[in-house]
Every structure is written in structure tokens, then in C-alpha cells.
Ligand binder design. Structure first.
Ligand code: 5AD
Ligand code: SF4
Length: 424
């Protein structure tokens, strides 16, 4: 999501006549687009911002802007701590960048754009997209779920869906530019349509996008388990362009922890959804997010997470140590866990999943898969790289001219994090 926001920021600069600089030393403006989902991301930003103090000394005309979730979270406190910052704007105010670019050279004033922006979802922003084969399309902004650990509802504002017509227009344009795959993007795509005047929902949007000529693959992230409906399963069954992959964050296998996290499902309900997905869509790839060491997580609770991973056998996971975030409910919960225990649990989760992912990759050896060729492989320029419908990376020898095409590849060998194959 942040990468896509950066594409929007780059798009606005590009429309205003700015080129992207390869070297920060040569830049007139430096924008740091920040993430505050976990402390680690924040630390990275502060050390980067610290380095820019020198850059501003060398070039007093340099403008420094801070965008994204840390900008929203810290607000004008950043001006006090870092007097060399010129502009602060939150993720819900990217449209305000245009005004700053136009006005700032004249006023030179330090300004901020952090207020709630209830019409952001209706704005059409220029986007400078990376790549030419696959791309993202925002379908909604913000989040209303308030999971106890999560800062997103505080930094990205209330959940708002973009009107269907705007999404349609954007995808039609992308298809005409030659993009083959779109990923529909939102914090909680299964609740798409809530609050719009027109009556619609996510399966309905999938159908609409499916009808657009030129689009060959459709993906979506992220789904909240509580909102995953039978209608979505039917839509994936009926719409061949929609890839059989779902990212469905579980977070924990313990009902006690899930309740404390305010996830609004218990493990049994989550597992029922997995069973339904696998029944309706055999072979669907399922990936998830896991947090270790949430406040109050006992050894037994943690074991429930390990058991869930063995029980479900996800195709892949993203696992994180719980990280304290400002404003969130989890801050005031009792039973915060030692960093060492969180790390030890994280490595146990990662090791277990590593073996499961490898086993799942091994299971597709010998199979023929449809692959969308994305680019030349970064590690071997003779090879091409692409993804299966289940989002697994496949490398194989091929012709660069085929980038952007869907081809059949026979999987010859499973690696830990990718597959190696040959064109059929
Ligand atoms: N600590 C650790 N992980 C977090 N996530 C969100 N907030 C936190 C936090 N405070 C993880 C969740 C979410 C993913 C995007 O990031 O697993 O699904
Ligand atoms: Fe955060 Fe929960 Fe919203 Fe996801 S659904 S963005 S974890 S509050």
C-alpha cells in the first residue's frame, strides 16, 4: 500500500514537471514516505531523516517533505524535532501535495496537511507506476476495524470505498496501456461498497473488473476473515481471471488472544472459512499474517498458533513480533511480553512455516502451471521470472520478448522461496 502511495506521490511530482532523481544529492525535493506499522519501520525513517540534516546544510534550497503514517501520527511534533522539515502530509492527504508544490516556492512556509479528508476517495490522482505488466488499483481507503495492536485506523482514517465507476475507468485505462494484471487494494476488501450510494459489494466489483478487456489476471489484498463471504468464493469460481490466491491474516491461533486483539472471530470460525475455500476452490493458495508475543500470550496460546500453522498448512506467511504502537488499545493491556520471548516465538513460527512452504513447493514438482511473465530474473539475466495463479514465483529460461504474456511452465524443481521450471 505504501509503495502504491509512493507511486501516487511520484505521479503528482511528474505532472508538476519534476523528474525523479537517481541521487538524493542532486534532488530539489526529497520526500520520505513513511510506515509506522511496527517500531522497526519507524526507526529506519528517523535515521534516514537524521542523515538529511547534513544534506540541507549543503543545499539550503533543498525541500524535505515527510509523508505517510509517521507524518500523520507525529504531526507538527516533527517540525519541532526536525526544524529542517518543510512539509508534512498524511496518507489521506496525498492530493494536497499538488498545492504545496505550486505554492511553496513562493511562500517558503513550513506547512502540514494532516486533517481528515473525507473526499479523498473520490479524487483522481496521477500515478507513476513501476513496471508494465502488473499494477495496483486502490478500491478503498482507511480502516474501521481497530484491531487492538494496529495503528492503521489512526493514520489512514475511516474506511471509504471508491465509487465503482472511478475504479472501472482506472482499470480500463491500465488495460489500454498494456497492463495484464491488477491487484485491487484495500485494508479490508471484503467490505468494499459500505457507505457508497450505489448498492454494491466486493464480488460485484470483481465481476465488473473481470469484464474489462485486456485485463488477464485479477488479485486482491487484504481480506479480513470476519467479512469473507460465500459470495466471494462463488465469484472466484465463476470468474476465470480472478486468481486462486487469498491472503487471509489469522494473527493468532488462540481464541483468547484473538479476542484480546479484537479480531472478531475465533479459530474454529477461521478454520471453517479455510475449509469452505478449499472445498469450493481446490488448490487455492492461502497465505496469512502472524503476530508473536501479543500482550498476554502464554506458552499455551503460542502453541495454539503453532498448531494452527500445522493444521492449515499455509502456502506462505508473514510473521512479526508484536510491536507497541501509539494510540492502540493493546498498549494498556496487561502482560506485555519480553522481547527475547517474542523473538524466540517468531523464529519457531518461521522455522515451522519454512518446512511447510518447502513441502508445498515440492508438491507442485512435475505440474504444469500458467505463469504471467513479469521481467528478466534479477539474479540470472538469462532467466525470466513470473508468478503462478497461486502467486508462487517461477524462474525459467525464456525470451525477453515474452514479458507480459501468459505461458505454461512445467515445474521441475522446488526451491525454498521459488520454483524453477521450463516452458512447455
Ligand atoms: N505489531 C506487529 N505486527 C503488526 N501488524 C500490524 N500491527 C502490528 C503490530 N503493532 C501486522 C499484522 C498485519 C500486518 C500488515 O502487520 O499481522 O496483518
Ligand atoms: Fe489494522 Fe485490523 Fe484494519 Fe488490518 S483490519 S488494517 S490489522 S485495524
Amino acid at each position: 500500500m505504501n509503495v502504491h502511495d509512493s507511486e501516487k506521490i511520484a505521479g503528482i511530482f511528474s505532472e508538476s514537471g519534476y523528474d525523479q532523481s537517481e541521487e538524493s544529492k542532486k534532488a530539489d525535493v526529497i520526500v520520505l514516505n513513511t510506515c509506522s506499522i511496527r517500531q522497526k519501520a519507524e526507526q529506519k525513517f528517523y535515521s534516514e531523516l537524521g542523515r538529511l540534516k547534513e544534506a540541507k546544510k549543503h543545499n539550503p534550497d533543498l525541500k524535505i517533505a515527510v509523508a505517510g503514517c509517521i507524518a500523520q501520527q507525529e504531526g507538527s511534533k516533527l517540525f519541532k524535532k526536525f526544524p529542517y522539515v518543510d512539509f508534512i502530509f498524511g496518507p489521506d492527504n496525498i492530493d494536497n501535495l499538488q498545492k504545496w508544490i505550486t505554492n511553496n516556492p513562493e511562500t517558503g512556509k513550513r506547512t502540514e496537511a494532516l486533517k481528515a479528508n473525507p473526499s479523498y476517495h473520490t479524487k483522481e490522482l496521477p500515478i507513476k507506476r513501476e513496471g508494465r505488466v502488473k499494477t495496483w488499483v486502490s478500491i478503498m481507503y482507511g480502516c474501521d476495524n481497530f484491531c487492538a495492536y494496529c495503528v492503521v485506523p489512526f493514520t489512514r482514517g475511516r474506511e471509504r470505498s471508491r465509487p465503482k465507476r472511478d475504479i472501472q475507468k482506472e482499470v480500463e485505462r491500465l488495460a489500454s496501456e498494456g497492463f495484464k494484471e491488477v491487484t485491487l487494494l484495500g485494508q479490508n476488501v471484503n467490505s468494499y461498497g459500505k457507505g457508497l450510494n450505489e448498492k454494491t459489494d466486493f464480488p460485484d466489483l470483481l465481476s465488473l473488473v473481470h469484464g474489462i478487456e485486456g485485463v488477464e489476471r485479477i488479485r486482491f489484498v487484504t481480506s479480513h476473515p470476519k467479512d469473507l463471504s460465500e459470495g466471494l468464493i462463488t465469484a472466484i469460481q465463476k470468474l476465470p481471471k480472478v486468481c486462486e490466491h487469498i491472503h487471509l491474516p489469522l494473527q493468532s491461533g488462540s481464541d483468547k488472544v484473538l479476542t484480546m486483539m479484537n479480531r472478531r472471530y475465533i479459530y474454529e470460525e477461521y478454520k471453517e472459512k479455510i475449509d469452505k475455500l478449499r472445498e469450493g476452490l481446490p488448490g487455492i493458495a492461502i497465505t496469512t499474517d502472524i503476530i508473536t508475543g501479543f500482550p498476554g500470550e502464554s506458552d499455551d496460546d503460542f502453541q495454539c498458533t503453532m498448531d494452527a500453522l500445522s493444521d492449515i498448512e499455509f502456502d506462505g506467511i508473514f510473521a512479526f513480533k508484536y510491536s507497541k504502537r501509539p494510540n492502540t488499545m493493546a498498549l494498556s493491556l496487561p502482560g506485555h511480553i519480553d522481547e527475547e520471548i517474542k523473538s524466540e516465538r517468531l523464529s519457531r513460527v518461521s522455522n515451522l512455516q519454512e518446512a511447510i512452504t518447502y513441502k508445498k513447493n515440492k508438491a507442485v514438482e512435475g505440474e504444469i502451471h500458467e505463469v504471467l511473465i513479469e521481467s528478466v530474473s534479477e539474479t540470472d539475466s538469462d532467466k525470466l521470472t513470473g508468478r503462478t495463479r497461486g502467486n508462487k514465483v517461477v524462474n525459467f529460461y525464456g525470451d525477453e520478448r515474452d514479458i507480459g504474456r501468459l505461458i505454461k511452465v512445467k515445474i521441475l524443481e522446488a526451491k525454498r522461496h521459488s520454483l524453477y521450471g521450463e516452458r512447455v
